[in-house]
Design a protein around this ligand. Structure first.
Ligand code: FUB
Ligand code: ZN
Length: 622
């Protein structure tokens, strides 16, 4: 009962909140946000279930009980004595966990979690200094040294605080946290900017957060500050630990060239992804073709020369980032989980600009492989580093000293519903991801519900019921993923022409009546994939992919336990089989090569059973 009341209150609040004067996002198409999407399929429902229970509990225990993260706020609030403990950017983990909890409230009302957020917000508000400054590391340990080292993540933490506050406002309608965020952003606006202090944030994040705050409040100065911060880069203004480090220097944090001149990917992977996401957001608002051109250039470099088959990026551990083009080792691959999340954030924005499905292809690859590998199926253990081969000693952990990845996953998962649909008055509905769900949106003043039924990513059949409030004409653009070589399409069982694919979408245009049913069947055979020959690590090897999922061999599944004995050839055969009882339910692949049989599981599901070796790229003899 309480749950029901809370749920309806929340719905009313969402409507009330969305009814106030807020500038709409200015991308050429608009995402349908996850609070309008109810996920119903088996695949994502079990991920979300694990999130709402195990993952959020882990984040709460780790930030509040097992580490000093919440205590740092309590101390900065003057409610406990002592110094700041932990890493200087630990505040950000609290904010990311809070963002995840807030998002989760929208579809899974939970009064205890809501009360916990209220409690933590109380500490945070008290820890905020009278002028709006907020950072427990400096406030507790170095109160006179604020803004002396651009690497020290003061704006990074602030950006995550803003994102959490916006999420909390959207979920609950309460302004307690949003007020902290606007106080902080006002303080930044008064301190930094033309004729004020220069600043190059050593770790990007604040840029996209300020645009979010602009959307939530309508205050254009936040958007202007974000734009100004982007323009600070590449002019020799940066200083601090990163800039002083001979091995890193300004390129590590994308401060080597002005942002509109970026063309080669360099430096720290997560920082780059957040920068590009922020640039896209500002470009969408301010119409900056030089930004979009730079983003397209660097996208070619990231995706064409520096991305793993899993959509993971940032191959090198020494800089948590990019190294030379095509240098993509498997065992040593760094591929931080946060960097894959960054790929989702950035590629989604690139699609919102262009309506080109090639960006969603990359987003989907990173989401189903790079990101999902970062979490155990139970939702309580995490990978920070995601190699594509293991000798059996790499395992998910409950938490990390530097815990950016668990907290990032915890805010990402509940927002997955936002990536399914986008809409535009002139171009109609874009169906970007195939996820069983019911979604509400508006199409040219007509309320529209879309009900998607599918067993994706295990099978390629998708049924989409179109339910306009009244008959209405608009295009429905269905993404045909780049991995799909053949497909069939019907509307109300009548076969449709599939020739006219444009930018990766096939478009259906008609006068839609409530109950019209689109059936799309994407053929999903097992594919043997060769890497670009310039990737030395994969010469003489092949990987296996089916649909959006990259597969791997794990020792535990093989009869003779010897992964090196599995050698593929042109004569190898593969069969996708339903293994509904295995792990969380899956389609596994049974292979036969020479006289050996082997079993493959999706890469994201590896290391959920007993320890053992794993490989994505397998030896291949012509
Ligand atoms: O610096 C904050 C976060 O910690 C980065 O995004 C991660 O790469 C890790 O270094
Ligand atoms: Zn991380």
């Amino acid at each position: 009962m309480i749950k029901r009341i809370l749920k309806s209150t929340i719905l009313v609040l969402i409507l009330a909140v969305s009814g106030c004067q807020k500038p709409a996002q200015n991308y050429t198409v608009q995402q349908v946000p996850f609070n309008q999407v109810k996920i119903t399929d088996q695949f994502w429902s079990s991920r979300l279930e694990a999130h709402a229970h195990a993952m959020l509990e882990t984040c709460i225990v780790q930030t509040q009980d097992s580490t000093e993260r919440i205590n740092n706020f309590i101390k900065a609030a003057g409610l406990m004595d002592g110094e700041h403990k932990g890493i200087y950017f630990d505040d950000s983990d609290v904010y990311k966990a809070m963002e995840g909890i807030a998002y989760s409230l929208i579809n899974n009302p939970n009064p205890e979690h809501e009360a916990l957020l209220d409690e933590w917000i109380g500490y945070i508000a008290k820890a905020q200094q009278p002028d709006g400054y907020l950072n427990t590391f400096y406030t507790l340990n170095h109160p006179n040294e604020r803004w002396t080292d651009m690497e020290k993540h003061e704006m990074y933490c602030g950006g995550h605080m803003i994102e959490a506050a916006v999420a909390h406002h959207k979920a609950t309608g309460k302004t307690t946290f949003l007020n902290v965020a606007t106080n902080f952003a006002d303080y930044l606006y008064d301190t930094f900017g033309p004729e004020k202090k220069h600043w190059v944030p050593g770790h990007e994040e604040i840029e996209l957060a300020l645009v979010k705050l602009y959307h939530e409040t309508g205050e254009k100065k936040y958007l202007d500050l974000s734009h100004w911060l982007l323009e600070e880069r590449g002019h020799g203004l940066g200083h601090g630990a990163i800039w002083d480090n001979k091995d890193w220097g300004p390129a590590y944090c994308q401060d080597d060239v002005p942002v509109s001149e970026i063309s080669d990917i360099k430096g720290h992977a997560v920082r780059a992804m957040y920068l590009f996401s922020g640039m896209a957001d500002v470009a969408a608002e301010k119409d900056l073709p030089e930004y979009t051109a730079a983003l397209q250039r660097v996208w070619e470099d990231v995706v064409g020369r520096n991305m793993y088959i899993t959509g993971g990026i940032g191959s090198s551990g020494s800089n948590e980032g990019f190294s030379k083009d095509y240098e993509l080792p498997n065992k040593e691959a760094y591929c931080e989980t946060c960097a894959s999340i960054g790929m989702v954030l950035w590629n989604n924005r690139m699609n919102l600009f262009s309506q080109d499905a090639k960006y969603i292809d990359v987003m989907e690859r990173s989401m189903y492989n790079g990101v999902l590998a970062g979490i155990s199926l139970e939702g309580d253990r995490f990978f920070y580093v995601n190699p594509l081969e293991s000798e059996g000693h790499h395992h998910r952990q409950e938490w990390f000293g530097c815990a950016c990845c668990p907290s990032n996953v915890s805010r990402f998962l509940p927002s997955v519903g936002s990536y399914i649909y986008a809409v535009s008055e002139s171009e109609g509905v874009f169906v970007n991801l195939y996820v069983g769900s019911t979604a509400g949106m508006e199409m040219n003043d007509t309320k529209l519900e879309l009900v998607q039924n599918t067993n994706y990513p295990w099978y390629g059949k998708i049924e989409l019921e179109v339910r306009p409030e009244k008959d209405a004409s608009f295009p429905v653009n269905l993404r045909i993923p780049d991995w799909c070589k053949s497909y069939s399409l019907s509307v109300n069982d009548k076969k449709q022409n599939t020739e006219s694919k444009e930018n990766g979408y096939v478009t259906l245009e008609r006068n839609w009546e409530r109950g019209d049913k689109i059936t799309l069947t994407l053929d999903m055979p097992v594919e043997v994939v060769a890497a670009d020959p310039r990737v030395e690590a994969n010469i003489g090897k092949r990987a296996i992919q089916r649909g959006p999922l990259v597969y791997c061999i794990e020792e535990i599944d093989q009869a003779n336990k010897n992964l090196d004995a599995i050698q593929l050839s042109g004569a190898s055969t593969f069969e996708a089989t339903n293994a509904s009882g295995k792990l969380d339910g899956m389609v596994e692949i049974q292979g036969e090569t020479g006289d050996a049989n082997f079993t493959m599981i999706p890469y994201f599901a590896w290391d959920n059973r007993e320890a053992g070796r794993m490989k994505v790229w397998i030896d291949y003899n012509e």
